[in-house]
Design a protein around this ligand. Sequence first.
Ligand code: ZN
Length: 328
Amino acid sequence: MVCRLQKDRNHAGGVGKIPTIMALCAMAGIVVLLMAAGCTEQQGTMATEENGAETLTVAVTILPQKQFVERIAGEHARVIVLVPPGASPHTHEPTPRQLEEISGASIYFKVGSGIDFERAWMDKLKGVNPRMTIVDSSRGIQLIAGDPDHDEETIADAHLSESEEESGTDPHIWLSPKNARIMVENTYLGLARADPVHAGEYRANADAYLKELDTLDADITREISRTQIRTIMVYHPAWSYFARDYDLVQIPIETDGKDPSPAGIENLIQQAKADNITVIFASPEYSTKSAKVIAEEIGGSVALVDPLEEDYLGNIRNVSAAFIQGGR
Ligand code: ZN
């Protein structure tokens, strides 16, 4: 840096001083190299002693991604979650404190499926920290197009342009373990690129986590095949990818984030009766009012399923058990 500055100055001032400047630069270069060698050694020692010097600051949108990053990077990463516990990625706005935190992040793993938080705030986050690398976790996932009422359509090319994101895709990709597998792989690639020194460790950790995901996936497939479950009725239609991957039909109660009309509720009651549904699934971040109305009418009950719990593996296991118990 010093050398470039001197060269520039020299370029403006004339050619006569070039040999002197070059000699100075060469000497400075050697000094810098020696210093760098010293620094590296020192940093290495510090990292092993205090475990802080080489920690990556990693930002993610939702809590399940925190588990993905932590299981791959372990102690080498500190994770900032932009949508905190209890908040919804459809409505959350970053706090001034979060914007301050994001300025120190070196990499951001976006969900990438067009979730409201990212559509609304990604540009602002990039503006706060232009040097931050953005990794799209959804790369390679077959996205479900349109609103969740039309979940049969899929987009062949999973990579979305801004305008396609605007037209709407179902953003809840993480809720299928098969998709989580792809997100974890993308997370590994981003972490390995950002911190190649630990890439081998990250690969081994990612493989161990992928193995657990595969076990979860196989268990769900087996459990579902043993039952008669075909249909799940859920308040917030977050489970379209889960339903697609395990051959279920998801019946959403809300439409566009709003409670259904009385006629809509009546229609849902008829559907629930026709499908012998006994449990209506609601989410902690939404009202359970209409779920309760429907459950009462069919003589069933309401169960809560959380799409955003940090313990991804444990949560998906519990949710699928609840679906299997309550679904028909
Ligand atoms: Zn949602």
